[in-house]
Design a protein around this ligand. Structure first.
Ligand SMILES: Nc1nc2c(ncn2[C@@H]2O[C@H](COP(=O)(O)OP(=O)(O)OP(=O)(O)O)[C@@H](O)[C@H]2O)c(=O)[nH]1
Length: 340
């Protein structure tokens, strides 16, 4: 850490000297001082002299990523583009007040998190800023030790908030995806299917659903081991994903069972074509460390609304058609015949 000392000469000119101290403030394991010093800071002040002075102080205190602007009106757009970890905001600028900048920041930030420390010389605007959502304030003229501590503390909270947010996002992603293949799982598929059917109902469109089960997958496990079976499932997922359109959802819903949701179907051929393509890509041998592995897949196809006017019925129809495809000799697709 670096300590700042203000000195004044006989003519009244002031300067600052920097000296390192041995004081290290303890932080939770999660956010170390290195991460804090790596936080991205924006300094906003209409006075270039203030910007330069504050930048110098931050650099001296170990901060590495500092951006600046003298234009308060540009702050919201800059934050949208760069997602600063901390904004040091001058409250009194001629063009726009700090309060107005915070209002624009809140509107621009989907997280609704204002990473703002206001910089002010006036007691009243300090309270107004805190009430408007600023995390903290720094009074002018600066007390350098206090300034450093407030910036560090606010940055620590900000980075913890980001870490929590990231881990929540990760957990949501894990709850909706298959851990082995990374494909959407049953839960996410049902969610998308529900939305797709709702839209199709409104627009009186058809939807296709392909229920696919690998043929002879148990034998791969038995002959080459479970790890080889797992690697095969990953490759199958990749091939299936690459064989269909971006708008289609490919989900792994069980051991060797996949569902492909086709939201853009005008007639049965629009579902038959991808089904044929999937069967073909599965017939190609899979290169494994254990040698080439040959498998195939069977598919049951159902169309909304002909084969089911809700999720459960549509999936049940496709499942029945899949059963028919298996009974008819596998490595083929069958179209559902009736409304379940
Ligand atoms: N390696 C691996 N195997 C799995 C996984 N989940 C389920 N299985 C196995 O996959 C097999 C699926 O069973 P089936 O569909 O009846 O096997 P199959 O040989 O493909 O049978 P058919 O569909 O009649 O051709 C079972 O042996 C499960 O133990 C997994 O995540 N990894």
């Amino acid at each position: 850490m670096i300590h700042c000392k203000k000195s004044t000469n006989e003519q009244g000119a002031s300067w600052y000297s920097l000296r390192p101290t041995s004081i290290e403030i303890g932080l939770p394991d999660m956010i170390g001082i290195d991460a804090i010093h790596d936080g991205h800071i924006l300094i906003v002040d209409d006075q270039p002299g203030n910007v330069t002075a504050l930048t110098g102080l931050l650099v001296a205190n170990g901060y590495r990523r500092i951006s600046t602007t003298t234009n308060g009106r540009a702050v919201a757009a800059m934050h949208r583009a760069h997602r600063y970890d901390l904004i040091l905001l001058d409250m009194h600028m001629p063009d726009i007040t700090g309060l107005e900048v915070m209002k624009q920041l809140r509107a621009a930030d989907p997280e609704h998190y204002l990473p703002v420390i206001v910089v002010t010389g006036d007691q009243h605007s300090r309270i107004a800023a805190l009430e408007a959502g600023a995390r903290d304030f720094i009074m002018k003229p600066y007390d350098f030790v206090e300034l450093d501590a407030r910036i560090r503390n606010t940055m620590e909270v900000r980075l913890l908030y980001k870490a929590v947010d990231e881990s929540r996002r990760l957990m949501e992603q894990q709850a909706q995806h298959d851990a082995l293949t990374g494909l959407p799982n049953r839960r996410l598929l049902l969610d998308r299917l529900e939305n797709t059917l709702e839209q199709a109902r409104r627009q009186q469109r058809q939807v296709g659903l392909l229920y696919m089960d690998l043929d002879g997958f148990k034998e791969v496990n038995d002959r080459y081991g479970h790890a080889c079976g797992d690697r095969l499932l990953v490759q199958v997922a990749e091939r299936v994903r690459n064989a269909v359109r971006r708008a289609d959802t490919v989900a792994r819903i069980g051991g060797d069972e996949f569902i492909v949701l086709l939201p853009e179907v005008c007639d049965v051929r629009d579902a038959e074509r991808p089904a044929e393509k999937l069967l073909n890509v599965l017939r190609e041998p899979f290169a494994m460390p254990e040698g080439d592995v040959q498998i195939s897949g069977s598919i049951g196809m159902a169309l909304y609304p002909d084969n089911g006017d809700d999720m459960e019925r549509l999936i049940a129809s496709a499942d029945t058609a899949l059963y028919s495809a298996k009974r008819a000799g596998k490595s083929r697709y069958e179209i559902a015949r009736s409304l379940q």
